[in-house]
Design a protein. Structure first.
Lengths: 314, 111
């Protein structure tokens, strides 16, 4: 099953929940902050005692919160064998450091464990100061706790959902922040279904454009969210919902050309400030609510025109 | 004009060819590097001509039901883009010509 070289799960076939979790969770959400550290001037003998007391197998060597190296239990074994336990940590610590940053998604940490075969990685903040350590155990515990919460939430959702007509489309997609690799995928899939159902091409275009704009918006501007699509014979309803961060000036966001997108998003061809205005343009009903700290909900309904005899477009 | 004529005139490298006979008369061309603008177009789109060589260009082209994409300026095309072309059954072409030159050729062919 190991296909992706960096993350030991088959990305294409994984549930969207697990993929969502390993991108949504950040290293700082699961790392341990109870740091056991030593100074470069400590002796190996002192560090051995520290390891025994705190029950750890690797100790970061720091000076004023800045990480200088790591001393592992293997280094202690070597010192015991060769009788230099009184020498200082700075002489024997490993200085070849592989570090993670606290704001990286958990997926990075998972790939690092796979790539480097170390038992632990130091975690630094933006200023390169040591803020925590991460082990496979931290990842397991962090994932289990979060999966538990998510499953409870899904069970609740399942209980609420009502059965729908098999001829109708009803889908919920989870959209992740900054996941440009998959952004738009949900819209392409819905569009394909509509083409198969031989809907009027103009209606397909309107549904696809509204949904795609919403999908890109969630990817670019939110902390991640959901796209709910309900389609029956007469109309399509698309609801984009995210929980954070919300829009500071919702009235400005509707204006054409108003954009808060950064340069690298613009380099992908988006962020021209047309998204919401374009969704409103193609829909028959359009609702938009947003408040800073509360997230954003956009709802678009497209009524199918189905005018007979107008099939000469294609 | 037909797709084969265009491929020849623009000296295109064919990275993927959609399953079609090539008889379709191409009339509607959209030239843009800004995908937001592509999504604003109401008319039918046959080909998207862009220097944005990303999967997002492919996805956007699919949303507007384009039959193909031409990447200009000889930009590198990723394996992901080729996979997207296959998935969306879309023709993916690449030319060394600039956007300006491509437009000139198309204008001439359209007569």
């Amino acid at each position: 099953m190991v296909i992706d070289k960096s993350i030991p799960i088959k990305m294409e076939e994984s549930t969207s929940l697990i993929l969502d979790l390993i991108y949504r969770l950040k290293i700082k959400d699961v790392m341990s902050r109870n740091l056991v550290v030593a100074s470069p001037e400590d002796s190996l003998d002192h560090i051995k005692t520290l390891m025994k007391q705190k029950n750890v197998t690797g100790i970061p060597i720091v000076k004023k919160d800045r990480l200088l190296g790591i001393l592992s239990i293997d280094d202690i074994f070597k010192a015991l064998d060769n009788g230099y336990m009184q020498e200082l940590a700075e002489k024997h610590m490993s200085k070849k450091l592989v570090m993670l940053e606290e704001d990286m998604p958990l997926a990075f940490a998972i790939s690092y464990f796979d790539k480097f075969k170390y038992g632990r990685f130091p975690v630094v903040d933006r200023n390169n100061l040591l803020v925590g350590m991460i082990t496979s155990r931290d990842i397991n515990v962090g994932l289990l706790i979060t999966i538990n919460k998510e499953v409870a939430r899904m069970e609740e959702l399942l209980a609420q959902s009502t059965p729908v007509d098999v001829h109708n489309i009803r889908k919920i997609f989870r959209i992740r922040k900054y996941d440009f690799e998959h952004a738009g995928n949900a819209s392409n899939r819905i569009k394909k279904l509509l083409v198969e159902r031989k809907l009027d091409p103009r209606d397909i275009r309107r549904v696809a454009v509204a949904m795609y704009e919403m999908e890109i918006n969630i990817t670019v501007h939110s902390e991640g969210g959901t796209l709910t699509v309900v389609i029956d014979n007469d109309h399509a309803e698309i609801i984009a919902k995210d929980s954070a961060p919300g829009i500071e000036h919702p009235e400005l966001a509707l204006q054409e050309g108003y954009s808060t997108a950064n340069e690298w998003i613009k380099s992908l061809g988006f962020g021209a400030g047309m998204g919401l205005a374009n969704i409103r343009r193609v829909s028959d009903t359009f609702d938009f609510h947003s408040a800073l700290g509360k997230g954003t909900t956009v709802r678009a309904v497209i009524d199918f025109k189905r005018k007979k005899g107008n099939d000469n477009d294609h | 004009m037909k797709i084969d004529q265009l491929i020849k005139e623009l000296g295109c490298e064919v990275l993927h060819r959609r399953k079609e006979t090539g008889v379709k008369d191409l009339k509607h061309f959209v030239v843009s590097d800004l995908m937001s603008d592509v999504l604003l177009i109401d008319e039918e789109v046959d080909l998207l001509i862009t220097s944005l060589s990303t999967t997002q260009a492919m996805r956007t082209a699919d949303i507007v039901s384009a039959m193909g994409v031409i990447i200009v300026n000889g930009k590198a095309v990723t394996a992901d883009m080729k996979a997207a072309a296959k998935e969306f059954d879309m023709t993916l072409l690449k030319t060394k010509l600039s956007t300006f030159e491509v437009c000139g050729v198309i204008h001439r062919l359209k007569g």
